[in-house]
Design a protein around this ligand. Structure first.
Ligand code: DAH
Length: 340
């Protein structure tokens, strides 16, 4: 019996060394401690032991069983520890890794510039009005003092939707719509998309304008220049000045082209201002008396000023963009650069 037990213990230790998992442990238990296991086999073998030796042999077998059970518990604890460690390793979270960030969007440069312009004029008391993008001939041309067959129609290449319906070529039609519904004093901005059959590095068939209209008693070019000074300083910096040059628009008389002193070189001359010290930014003028009359406003009592700003042009100048197409390609690598 002693011999059998020693052989069993030896075998058990050898097997124990190979137990690595719960499954193997359970097989180990079956082999030694199960109903038909080795220890039970020893118990059965008691029958063949002479009667007087049986109590001692039984005791030895019970000790062996207790020892085998203790080894089993040890192995069990060991395997639980190993499995827990493995699980911890697998589930470990490296809190020093960067998290998955939610990407922040940003406004399109056209929207940024539009907001800046609106802010600048809102500070001077301007309201905002938006008219339709599909406009009738009357508002887009005729009542702006551009009758049919007038040569000024050739200044813009118009998209026609129907005989007398166009994709508006300018936001100036908004002036008519505002004056139809509101009498002076008027101070309004009309931002919006406009359309012309024109496309190159500085022209896009769809672009944005910001119309401005002020109608009141005694409005003069002086008011115009004062307001535009405020506007260009808000966009391009405190030291920037404006200069008015005579020009022609059918709906203003006199008409002017407005330049700003070059914000790149301060007026000394550089490639941006083509060495003139000045950069053209917008068209403007004193509202033509016919336009006021067309809207039922008496030009002998009231006068007005108007201006039309190309938003892309301002954005391109402000951000140093050399091709208008970049603004509409929606390449995020480009668009992400503009935060304010
Ligand atoms: N509508 C003109 C254009 O598209 C811009 C403009 C010039 C608007 C002078 C005005 C203005 O209100 O007074 O070229």
């Amino acid at each position: 019996m002693e011999e059998k037990i020693r052989a069993l213990k030896e075998q058990l230790e050898a097997d124990a060394a190979g137990v690595r998992s719960k499954e193997e442990l359970s097989a180990f238990w079956q082999k030694y401690l199960g109903k038909n296991g080795s220890v039970a086999g020893l118990m059965k073998g008691l029958r063949d032991v002479p009667k007087e030796e049986r109590p001692a042999a039984g005791k030895t077998i019970n000790e062996c069983k207790a020892w085998a059970e203790a080894r089993y518990q040890q192995l069990n604890a060991e395997i639980e520890r190993i499995e827990l460690e493995a699980r911890n390793r697998a589930e470990a979270v490296d809190i020093t890794l960067p998290g998955t960030r939610r990407e922040m969007g940003n406004l399109h440069p056209i929207t940024l510039v539009k907001n800046r312009i609106v802010d600048a004029f809102a500070g001077m008391g301007f309201d905002v009005y938006e008219g339709p993008e599909i406009e009738d001939d009357d508002h887009n041309f005729t009542r702006l003092n551009v009758p049919k067959n007038h040569p000024a129609r050739d200044m813009q290449d118009t998209f026609y939707v129907a005989e007398d319906i166009v994709l508006r070529t300018q936001t100036s039609g908004g002036q008519i719509r505002v004056m139809d519904r509101q009498k002076p004093p008027i101070k309004v901005l009309v931002p919006g998309r406009v359309f012309r059959s024109d496309s190159d590095a500085t022209h896009s068939p769809m672009f944005h304008q910001m119309e401005g209209l002020v109608v009141d008693r005694h409005i003069t070019l002086c008011d115009l220049q004062g307001m535009l000074d405020q506007f260009v300083q808000a966009l391009f910096g405190a030291g920037v000045k404006t200069r008015l040059r005579p020009s022609y628009f059918p709906f203003t008389e006199p008409s002017v082209e407005v330049d700003v002193s070059c914000f790149e070189c301060g007026g000394k001359g550089c490639p941006l201002c083509k060495h003139t010290g000045w950069i053209e930014v917008l068209g403007a003028g004193i509202v033509h008396h016919s336009v006021l009359e067309n809207c039922g406003i008496d030009p002998n009592v009231y006068s007005g000023l108007a201006f039309g700003i190309g938003i892309e042009r301002i954005a391109m100048l402000k951000y140093g963009i050399n091709n208008i197409g970049l603004l509409f390609e929606n390449d995020l690598r480009f668009l992400k650069q503009f935060k304010d």
